[in-house]
Ligand binder design. Structure first.
Ligand code: FES
Ligand SMILES: [Fe+2]
Length: 370
């Protein structure tokens, strides 16, 4: 699997684009039928055949710091709980009691065992059924057959991925770098519903062709219009958005060039997650589709690595309050697109050569659905 560029290689590529007034570009256009953003049938197929079957990013490792730490959430419309065991291994289960189907774990927390709020059936962190109150009422019931229903979970590169496929899929993560390190602290978690199809929300992050028009007073003054490095590794992509100040790195010897603070990286973790690495903070965004035109955006915000933790936290919060303004500008765009999807103005959307990370996504999604 292709490895992503090093800091030095990225810097060289960006400096050459600045000098030549160029940018990375794909070979061809991509046309995506608008029907694919409004069809319930397509939406269900995406959830069933792609979002549930792939290893989808669920939360950062840092959100499950200790044995017993858990996060419970919908993943592709199904209740899932991920929990760190006493052995340090993260496991995931359907968040459903095996007695009469109650939702077992609340949103998040840290427990010694999961106790069902309905009748008190109690499960170990590894899913085994430990205790049934008044067990004499269930003659012949084998506890071993009533452990929590497991789903596949892996922890790689600082992220926990889950898959609801019957057999564990290929993880395809070999080309990705460490995405979060142990020094990075979580300082905010949020959820927000955007009135748009999950793919329209995703597309908004994957090109820099909209920077001047959409973000004239937020991102554009610090960055460039339509100047990106676009890389793919397996089904995933990384789009680099340089800041103007990256030109200072030209004066440094290649092995001293560190790009953090000089650009924004946006990783698309196929199918439905993004990692945005900004100057002083990093977000993991999970796009949870609620309906064909509604998406819950779950955001985990972490400080960046290095330095004094208190200073890192303060810098991260300041950084977030700036980038949130830009994120609002994007949200306005994507919701307005969704309202136009129902009109018959376009039979397809056309993605140009500068939007090639989006083309890569649709090509991969189309193949995964086939
Ligand atoms: S539904 Fe969970 S104990 Fe009854
Ligand atoms: Fe944007």
């Amino acid at each position: 699997m292709a490895a992503l560029l090093t800091d030095h290689e990225i810097t060289e590529r960006v400096l050459s684009h600045i000098a030549n007034r160029s940018t990375d570009a794909g070979e061809t256009l991509w046309r995506e039928p608008v029907e694919n953003y409004r069809s319930k049938e397509r939406f269900e197929a995406e959830k069933e055949r792609v979002l549930r079957r792939s290893y989808a990013a669920f939360c950062p490792s840092a959100s499950l710091p200790d044995p017993g730490s858990f996060i419970a959430r919908e993943a592709a419309g199904r209740p899932v709980v991920a929990v760190r065991g006493r052995d340090g291994v993260v496991r995931a289960f359907k968040n459903v009691c095996r007695h009469r189907g109650m939702r077992l774990a609340p949103d998040s927390g840290c427990v010694n065992a999961f106790v069902c709020p309905y009748h008190g059936w109690t499960y170990e962190l590894d899913g085994r059924l430990r205790h049934i109150p008044h067990a004499e009422g269930f003659p012949g019931l084998d506890k071993q057959d009533h452990g929590l229903a497991p789903i596949h979970a892996i922890e790689r590169n600082g992220v926990i991925f889950v898959s609801q496929a019957a057999a564990p899929p290929q993880a395809e993560l070999a080309g990705l770098p460490e995405l979060f390190s142990k020094e990075q602290q979580i300082y905010a978690t949020s959820e927000r519903v955007t009135e748009a199809n999950w793919k329209i929300v995703l597309e908004g992050f994957l090109e820099g062709y909209h920077i001047r028009a959409t973000h004239p007073e937020t991102f554009y003054p610090y960055g460039f219009d339509n100047l990106n490095v676009i890389e793919h590794t397996g089904p995933h992509s990384r789009v680099t958005f340089p800041f103007r100040r990256i030109q200072k790195l030209a004066a440094l010897p290649p092995d001293e060039r560190r790009v953090m603070g000089y650009l924004t990286f946006v990783y698309h973790l196929f199918p439905n997650a993004l990692i945005t690495v900004l100057s002083n903070h990093t977000n993991l965004l999970v796009l949870e589709p609620l309906d064909v035109d509604r998406t819950n955006v779950i955001a985990y915000s972490l400080t960046n690595r290095g330095g004094d933790p208190a200073e890192a936290l303060e810098a991260a919060k300041k950084d977030s309050s700036f980038t949130d303004i830009g994120a609002n500008e994007d949200r306005t765009m994507v919701s307005a697109i969704q309202r136009g999807v129902a009109s018959d103005a376009n039979e397809s959307f056309v993605f140009g050569r500068y939007e090639s990370a989006i083309a890569h996504f649709h090509r991969t999604l189309t193949a995964a659905l086939a």
